[in-house]
Design a protein around this ligand. Structure first.
Ligand SMILES: [Zn+2]
Length: 302
């Protein structure tokens, strides 16, 4: 929120979300957002220099998860772009370029946009074209064929202008793929303000409905909306079981995390029985459509 109007629908009547003094919901379009006075002032600096994001990129478990997610996104993209050879893909929030590398493998040309200095350097060392520009500043020789923005939109103070920029930069018929945490997912409803994706750096909380109406209002045609459980594999059995049974958790999510003293992910000594059990839980979560994220594919209309 950069004004006293709803970023999505320009209405100016809001209610508290789940009785929180930190979260608001637009009475008209229902989008949920962090109250403006809660937004940290130094977010740019936070993203540019945050070591946590950079450290994650060197944890083998998490990298494997990101590669798996990238290939899941590419499968969705392949339904729309049959022949990627030479097509230009811009990944916003590219990290050090995991999706870019996988996309180049199937023939895309790629540009990544990333704010974190350490990740930019790391990606460039791998020979990738990563820029620190915002989408609006990015100069390309031709219109972009596909823009991906995975877990970006919820961090932006002005999601609507990002969607407008994407529209301007895309070729006619170009594809926009957006992934966000789903505030109407099973755990989001169960855990409420303690949901793991509630965070002071998440300024907006989208649902299928709010994301769809934002895109449609800005000239996109929705092609596919699907649940995305690409974070499930990286979780242990105990956490996965919470998607099926158990009490809501309670904790204060609204502090900028220092991530200091955070335990590294345990690479558990999995045995085959545990693995089968874990696979089974993930299958059930997916059958019940309880995944945390939504992925929405849309096309720029003429
Ligand atoms: Zn609204």
């Amino acid at each position: 929120m950069i004004s006293d109007k709803c970023n999505l629908c320009s209405n100016n009547i809001f209610s508290s979300y789940l009785n929180s003094d930190k979260m608001l919901r637009c009475d008209s379009c229902q989008v949920i957002f962090l109250a403006p006075e809660q937004i940290p002032h130094d977010l740019n600096n936070y993203y540019q220099n945050n070591v946590f994001y950079a450290e994650n990129a060197s944890k083998p478990d998490l990298v494997r998860g990101m590669v798996r997610a990238a290939n899941f996104y590419l499968k969705i993209i392949a339904k729309q772009i049959k022949n990627p050879a030479g097509k230009l893909l811009v990944d916003v929030g590219s990290n050090y370029g995991i999706l870019m590398e996988e996309a180049e493998r199937v023939g895309f040309q790629t540009i990544g946009l990333e704010k974190n200095n350490i990740l930019v350097k790391k990606g460039r060392r791998r020979g990738l074209n990563i820029s620190t520009d915002n989408l609006t500043e990015l100069k390309t020789l031709r219109p972009i064929d596909i823009i991906t923005a995975m877990h970006v939109l919820e961090h932006l103070p002005d999601p609507r202008s990002f969607i407008k920029d994407a529209y301007k930069k895309l070729a006619i018929g170009g594809i926009l793929v957006i992934g966000v945490p789903n505030v109407e997912s099973h755990l989001a409803r169960k855990d409420g303000l303690s949901w793991r994706y509630m965070a002071i750096e998440h300024l907006f909380y989208f649902s299928e409905k709010t994301l769809r109406s934002l895109l449609e209002a800005e000239g996109f045609e929705i092609i596919e909306i699907r649940k995305d459980g690409s974070n499930l594999e990286e979780q242990g059995i105990k956490k996965l079981l919470r998607y099926l049974v158990g009490q809501p958790i309670l904790r204060d999510r609204f502090q900028v995390k220092s991530h200091e003293g955070r335990q590294p992910l345990l690479v558990s000594q999995t045995n085959w029985l545990k693995n089968i059990f874990k696979r089974l839980i993930i299958i059930i979560i997916k059958v019940l459509q309880r995944e945390d994220f939504i992925l929405i594919t849309s096309r720029k209309k003429d």
